[in-house]
Unconditional design. Structure first.
Length: 673
């Protein structure tokens, strides 16, 4: 175990704990989270979120780390686990508890993100859980949902032993498919539109170790996850006391985008922004097109906060397996408490839906070719002999499957197919998209970020940063991804336009400056530096604030042949009399706009930065004791605890560019590549 709770629990501590040794650790079991006090709304910070995402993408050699989480023990305080951003995440398996007799324990929190349950403690006369204890002892008094999470972690370990190729999503599908309602007592059991029984107390039911292992042995990986971001509804709706506010949206589930299209649901996330005088008075529900009602939030009597919800994400698994397309309804009910003025109204400011799922049915579409390709990802030399033997036996079973004789997808070529879908073609008419690892499918045209190789009939990925391209080279880009500029003369995508070019923001292009300008900004003739043999005819500067003021509007910033500059012409407009005029910004400053003044001023570069271009954070020269890395000046000090996973989070979140995070091993991480 990792003793992360012995000291201050910061975002950094959480991230390093969740991301430690992802190629060695398969399952992370966590029985901690925000306070279960019935009034807290909190979740993972920036780095912890990054650790979750890194784990499911790269953990277990790309199959995904398994994160198991206790749903919470705030039942006595009326807490609701959807206000816990850890159990409410699509990346975690949230586990609740039931007593030995199948009753709701006094500590249990309800919510729509709970996936399954196990036995745990209950009333004083009911048995508790036997487990290992401190100082090499045993105990028969372990209690709460803190017991249930490690129980499920152990059962998942059995499933992974039976089938080491299970992905993180396969594990969640197995729990949905094999968990059983049995004798669990709950008034809200319902059957969703896909035929699954589900409850806000127990998710899909009691985890069945034997069933999940038996199912894992014959399991085929589910199709790739698609993510569809629904449109944002910004029409405000007032929330009146003792009334129900309804907002509806008709979702196509991204049917027009093949790589985002969600037909069969896994997780549904509702992102809301609500202002309200007392957050605990709110109840929120989501109704799917199939009629399944998920209670996203119940009343919390101890939650007196007037902060409402600001972009908070509620997650439900109750629509698992249902079709995503159709009309979705969000219901908000305000039941005012006695401690609040009932005349004070709340407001639904904006809301949107995020759908996670698959374009094909998860249980019957994978071909034998795809199953074999998943098995080839991990070489036999890296695995234990017992696992190699298991994989070989699984491959033999796959080889003996009956040959498919039905119709092929229209994009399939003349070699036929192993099934009716585009990812089951043996060859393609137009292009093949994907890889052996992610799964290949036939498409009529290549999506953004790819180009069509007609000779190989493959969609090949453009150079990084290119939105569209003519080939794989860095100078074959025809359009760039967001935040990058297209250098039209070089056909490259760049973060900053080079000297002699300026950034045209509307179409994100690098356009050439006037022939006399060495550098310019905003327009081709708005020079900030001149080529040799020219000088600035429209700008002079003031110090110490270094104000740029025009000498003549006609020049418009163009450079003309060297001549005498009359600084006195701009003196009457100077805000401070003692300022003096200089021909250009000195080192340590850059030209920029100043609110309230009609002309540019010279602004100071960031701390530790001796010279910068275009903005305060784009350094080109650093002070002594600092090094220039990616336009930022970072300390030369090194640290010893900058492991690979932590460094990846530091770099991908650009923490070294933020003054508050300079101490996060920036020099060591960035120099490590």
């Amino acid at each position: 175990g990792i003793r992360m709770l012995d000291g201050d629990v910061t975002d950094v501590v959480e991230a390093k704990s969740l991301g430690i040794r992802p190629d060695y650790i398969d399952i992370y079991s966590a029985s901690w989270g925000p306070d279960d006090d019935g009034k807290t709304v909190d979740g993972p910070g920036l780095l912890a979120k990054q650790a979750f995402e890194h784990g499911i993408k790269k953990g277990r050699r790309g199959l995904g780390s398994i994160f198991v989480w206790a749903s919470g023990n705030g039942g006595r305080e009326g807490d609701y686990c959807s206000c816990d951003g850890y159990t409410n995440s699509i990346y975690t398996i949230s586990v609740s508890s039931t007593t030995e007799n199948g009753y709701k324990p006094w500590y249990l929190e309800e919510c729509a993100s709970t996936l399954a349950t196990t036995y745990s403690s209950g009333a004083f006369y009911e048995r508790k859980i036997v487990t290992a204890d401190l100082r090499h002892r045993c105990t028969d008094g372990h209690t709460g949902t803190s017991v249930s999470a490690p129980m499920v972690a152990g059962i998942i370990a059995l499933a992974l032993e039976a089938n080491p190729l299970l992905t993180w999503r396969d594990v969640q599908h197995l729990l949905v498919k094999t968990s059983r309602p049995v004798h669990l007592r709950a008034a809200d059991w319902k059957t969703n539109g896909a035929g699954h029984k589900v409850s806000h107390l127990y998710g899909f039911g009691l985890v069945d170790a034997e069933a999940i292992v038996m199912e894992a042995k014959k399991w085929k990986s589910v199709p790739p996850q698609h993510v569809c971001v629904g449109s944002l509804d910004r029409v405000p709706k007032y929330i009146r006391a003792d009334h129900v506010v309804r907002a509806t949206t008709l979702a196509s589930a991204c049917a027009d985008h093949y790589d985002q299209h969600v037909v069969y649901l896994e997780h549904v996330v509702v992102r809301v922004t609500i202002s309200h005088p007392r957050r605990g008075d709110l109840q929120i529900s989501l109704i799917s097109p199939a009629g399944t009602r998920s209670q996203l939030l119940a009343r919390r009597v101890f939650d007196h906060s007037n902060e409402g919800f600001k972009g908070w994400e509620f997650m439900t698994v109750h629509c698992w397996g249902e079709k995503a397309a159709g009309e979705w309804t969000l219901e908000i009910h305000d039941t005012p408490s006695q401690v609040r003025n009932p005349a004070a109204q709340g407001k639904l400011k904006e809301w949107s839906l995020l759908f996670y799922g698959t374009a094909e049915h998860p249980y019957n579409t994978l071909s034998s070719h795809h199953s074999r390709s998943r098995m080839l990802e991990i070489s036999a030399s890296e695995m234990e002999p017992s696992k190699v033997a298991l994989l070989q036996s699984q491959m033999e079973i796959v080889e003996e499957e009956e040959e498919y004789t039905g119709p092929c997808h229209p994009e399939c070529g003349d070699q036929g197919c192993d099934g009716p879908n585009a990812d089951q073609c043996l060859n393609c008419i137009h292009y093949s998209l994907g890889s052996m690892k992610t799964g290949r499918m036939c498409v009529s045209s290549c999506p953004s970020g790819f180009f069509g190789d007609k000779g190989a009939r493959r969609c090949r990925r453009c150079y990084k940063g290119c939105e569209s391209c003519l080939g794989r080279g860095p100078n074959q880009c025809t359009a760039c991804k967001r935040s990058l500029y297209h250098h039209q003369e070089m056909n490259t995508c760049v973060v900053l336009c080079p000297p002699g070019f300026y950034s045209e923001e509307r179409q994100k292009r690098c356009l050439k400056c006037h022939q006399s300008c060495k550098k310019c900004v905003g327009e081709p003739d708005k020079c900030t530096a001149c080529k040799d043999g020219f000088s600035s005819g429209s700008f002079a500067s003031w110090v110490p604030s270094l104000l740029f003021l025009p000498f003549g509007e006609a020049a418009r910033g163009q450079c003309f042949e060297l001549g005498e500059v009359d600084c006195a012409a701009c003196a009457p407009e100077a805000p401070v009399p003692e300022w003096s005029c200089v021909p250009a910004c000195p080192e340590g400053f850059y030209p920029g706009e100043s609110p309230g003044l009609p002309h540019q001023v010279c602004k100071r570069c960031d701390d530790h930065c001796l010279a910068c271009e275009g903005s305060s954070g784009n350094c080109v020269k650093c002070k002594e004791g600092f090094s220039l890395l990616s336009g930022s000046c970072v300390t030369n000090e090194t640290c010893t605890n900058a492991d690979k996973t932590f460094c990846e989070m530091v770099k991908s979140n650009k923490l070294c560019e933020k003054k508050l995070f300079v101490q996060f091993c920036c020099q060591t991480c960035l120099m490590a590549g």
